[in-house]
Design a protein around this ligand. Sequence first.
Ligand code: SF4
Length: 275
Amino acid sequence: MNPYQFLRHTPGSNCGDCGWPTCLAFAAAVTKAGVRADRCPYLKRDQLPPELLGGENSAAPDALEHGEEDRHTALAAYLRSKMQGLDLSSLAPRLGADWSATEPDLLCFSFLNRPVRLSRAGVFLDGDEPADPRDQILLYNYVSFASAGHARKPGKSWLGMESLPNSIAKIRTLATYCEERLAERFSARLEQLSKLCVTDLAAQPAAGQSADVAFIVPVLPCVPLLLLFWEAEPEDGFAAKVKVLFDQHVLDFLDLESLVFAAERAADRLLELDC
Ligand code: SF4
């Protein structure tokens, strides 16, 4: 059984109760490293082969057993290994990526307006391998999800995190690592925020929104993010507020964990550019 087959037996809620950050990471640990499947209390046990519910494999790599960072590294390595079987030429148009017959193992696209070169050998952002394995996971997932074949292009409808399935645990994470940081930094500095969005992130102003500032930020070619900013109203007791919305089809391209991390990286980039 491969991780994606196992994934179908999980609820896909990425709740983290098993000790892994996502159901996919847990599926990789079970099927590739012999970790016991019953660490997830929500599995459909009666549909699983008994060997997956048996004893823990003593040969399980420590990387999968200890530490969140090691788990991320192990998942990134697994996702990189998955690239071997993909037909990158057919995936490129679905991803909004560039592909050339002269370099058939390479996809080129942008992540927050920075160049990505992703090949079967690895992934490079701005010419360097990302030091944080979560960046690698995000970029590999973008390619892997599109390979599932049902990736729909972004439409015209936007959804809050709370409207995406199984997202309750992620709403607070998104607020803490993205929305609240941006609201605090750019309160009373909307001109600067607008300048950075347009100049450095290639964002487009979004029409028809009620916010004081609204931009569509192309995080990845098929993963736009709608950034809404309401300025503080001290006389009414309101602090500045940011809300991030996602395209209705965004889960065709990323899982929730990677999606929240993509929004966090958008905030990181704006704060870094503002220094
Ligand atoms: S415990 Fe939660 S995160 Fe882990 S596999 Fe089960 S549903 Fe997914």
